[in-house]
Design a protein. Structure first.
Length: 206
């Protein structure tokens, strides 16, 4: 896996584009917090990626427009575990510093929650835990590598909301498909799952 950063310009505004090259056939695009995240197959040229972003720009940015801002350097805040915190109090001055900080915090918090729920859900073989910016879902469960991957952006939400994603992914230990038996497990350990997932999808931090 290889990562590259390129620039996309639209209406005289510059956007950061983080491209992760993978052994996949198709490319996937997301827009979060002013940054485009792209999963692309090896060999796909930057020009083609920028052309696709330009083509789908209205759709990509519209999907993100209803979400509450996770952070703002202009207004000096970042949401951490559902609470609004001053960026200056954390001594964070730019996007790169914030990205490193959020990934570190996400790994720490989510790892603790995974270990807690592994015990609660009687899972004896601990999962490897990965934090990624390019996961298309908020979380994923790989049976092949026995690993869980989570979006960095989860760290902006309350612990109760984060736990719905943790429980969802751990439930795949017992049910791979999203059928009734799967959701029976999810609701057993996260009774407010539906309401909390609705908040997550709407960008409501608490």
């Amino acid at each position: 896996m290889k990562q590259k950063e390129i620039e996309f310009i639209k209406d005289e505004k510059s956007y950061k584009v983080i491209v992760t090259y993978k052994w996949i056939r198709n490319s996937y695009y997301q827009y979060r917090d002013g940054v485009f995240y792209v999963s692309a197959p090896y060999g796909m040229l930057p020009g083609m990626i920028l052309k696709q972003i330009d083509k789908f720009f209205p759709r990509l940015t519209k999907q993100n427009s209803t979400n509450v801002e996770h952070f703002s350097f202009e207004n000096d805040f970042v949401y951490l575990l559902g609470e609004k915190v001053s960026l200056s109090s954390l001594n964070i001055k730019n996007d790169d510093e914030l990205r490193v900080f959020l990934k570190k915090e996400a790994l720490k918090v989510i790892s603790e929650e995974v270990r807690k729920y592994e015990q609660i859900m009687d899972i004896n073989n601990p999962y490897k835990i990965r934090i990624k910016e390019t996961v298309r879902q908020y979380g994923s469960n790989s049976k092949r590598t026995h690993s869980l991957s989570f979006q960095t952006s989860l760290i902006h939400y309350s612990l109760e909301i984060i736990d719905t994603v943790v429980v969802h992914e751990l439930a795949h230990e017992y049910q791979r498909n999203h059928q009734k038996g799967f959701y029976d497990i999810v609701y057993k350990y996260s009774p407010n799952y539906k309401a909390l997932q609705r908040k997550l999808k709407r960008g409501i931090h608490q």
